[in-house]
Design a protein around this ligand. Structure first.
Ligand code: ATP
Length: 301
């Protein structure tokens, strides 16, 4: 009987991995209506990640044939580095994330992780290597422990507790009368935006991926909570390769490198201070956001 159930079990794992990725991507990039466009090639090997480098090599992509969105985009994120992508609305930031998670294949060029073309490895292994922390994570109507353990099938209670501590939500959970067995979601305890974000971070830590894809648009949080969450994200990014899709520039000012995207092309790249000195698109976007911050009276950080 066990023999009979093993394949089913495996299918469950694959399904869970894919579904979780899809759910988080859906939350991050409004992908609910996206159909599966890509298929594994037959006999595709799994992605093997030793040094999690990430590269776009001359990537050309459009959702429709008559409209190209990315025009031969190339960049490389070294293993362990934190890069951020910024740019005006519609520049193609989320498209980069969708391609990296292989919701679509480029029309030309390649996307490489640790030197391997992501189009020729299994989607399951690709998605297992990438952790997504979306701005607005989806919680299941289940216990808080289940919601964290969902990051990886077979996660032990110890791993879940450790992840909760690293995501700085361990103390909060310990203060609940039922601890990790507390029901959350629609019928259970309502968590604040910041607490939900921390559950999502803990879920990603349980998955322990070498690559992180972060959506740092934490505008739904008050600025104190936002700063706390950002500090946690920075901490968990250490030792991993991370790519942040940023809408607010203040959240990524300390990235190792900022890629400034304009109409699907890299307009500028560099560190925050270099880009300010350049006095180009980034400096202009920065000045505009600072002015908005002053107008709304929020803390300038
Ligand atoms: P924002 O900051 O507003 O989120 P973005 O830089 O993330 O913008 P993308 O979501 O990558 O921009 O979109 C880039 C372009 O691709 C836009 O012009 C958008 O209209 C178009 N686009 C996005 N998704 C689709 C789709 N599913 N079908 C057709 N066009 C799309």
């Amino acid at each position: 009987l066990t023999q009979l159930f093993r394949p089913l079990d495996m299918l469950g794992t694959v399904y869970r991995t894919l579904r979780q990725g899809l759910i988080d991507m859906a939350a991050m990039f409004s992908l609910i209506d996206t159909e599966a466009e890509v298929k594994d090639i037959s006999g595709a090997p799994g992605l093997l990640v030793h040094r999690p480098t990430l590269a776009f090599d001359n990537v050309v992509f459009g959702y429709e044939p008559e409209r190209t969105i990315l025009h031969g985009l190339s960049f490389e994120v070294p293993a362990g580095a934190s890069y951020a992508i910024v740019g005006p609305s519609g520049a193609g930031k989320s498209t980069i994330a969708r391609l990296l998670y292989r919701f679509y294949d480029p029309q030309a060029g390649r996307i490489l992780i640790d030197g391997q073309d992501i189009a020729v490895v299994t989607q399951e292994s690709l998605r297992a290597a990438i952790g997504i922390v979306p701005q607005d994570s989806v919680l299941f109507n289940d216990t808080i422990g289940y919601n964290i353990g969902y990051g990886r099938d077979g996660a032990t209670r110890e791993e879940i507790e450790q992840a909760a501590r690293s995501a700085a939500i361990g103390g909060f959970i310990a203060s609940l009368p039922q601890g990790f067995d507390t029901e959350v979601g629609e019928r259970g305890l309502k968590l604040s935006g910041g607490e939900k974000q921390r559950v999502a971070i803990a879920r990603t830590l349980v998955k322990n991926p070498p690559i992180l894809l972060l959506d740092e648009a934490t505008s739904a949080l008050d600025s104190r909570t936002e700063q706390d969450i950002l500090a946690t994200l920075r901490r968990i990014s250490r030792g991993r390769t991370s790519l942040s899709i940023a809408h607010r520039l203040s959240t990524i000012a300390d990235a190792d490198r900022i890629l400034v995207l304009e109409n699907g092309r890299l307009a500028e790249q560099g560190h925050h201070t270099e880009l300010l000195r350049r006095d180009g698109l980034y400096a202009e976007m920065w000045a505009r956001q600072q002015a908005e911050v002053e107008l709304t009276g929020e803390a300038a950080e």
